[in-house]
Ligand binder design. Sequence first.
Ligand SMILES: [Zn+2]
Length: 201
Amino acid sequence: MSKRVAGPEIERLIQLLAKVPGLGPRSARRAALHLIKKKEQLLAPLASAMGEAVEKVRVCSNCGNVDTADPCMICTDPRRDQSTIIVVEDVSDLWALERATGLNALYHVLGGTLSPLDGIGPDQLTIRQLVDRIAAGEVKEVILAVNATVEGQTTAHYLTDQLAEFGVRVTRLAHGVPVGGELDYLDEGTLAAALKSRTVF
Ligand SMILES: [Zn+2]
């Protein structure tokens, strides 16, 4: 066991911070020390923001997004196009798309991808809720914005089958050359996908 340099409260803070994505034990120690030094300006407001988040954060029962209201702000936003749903694996993907797109649509967060080997079937995801939303009849297009991984694509195929009977347009994100990307650096799979989904100039 490594030698302790601080009391149990500080050790606990370091251990918890080390579990945050992007922070290993070393950066957790640096972060903890920074927080402790800035007790009034940072540690106290952070603690109260976290306390408030613990109390108020909930999962939207309609779309699976996290917010402080249920239904979430996106679901209740009347300015959003109610005829388009973008399906994502995780809330982080929703946030990424919101930062990037001009598309003012609704979302559906699956909570992962189908992965039979890990025991994740349709019932472990929010697929039933998605089908119910489509069955309600207002949605015209479902955009499958899942990852370009084997699990993501398996999930996309499964969803396409599930949604076939409703007559909605099911689309997926294009796979191919990233903006600013050089062809020479792309792997064969990406290049092949880019060629296959070529568009008229
Ligand atoms: Zn929602």
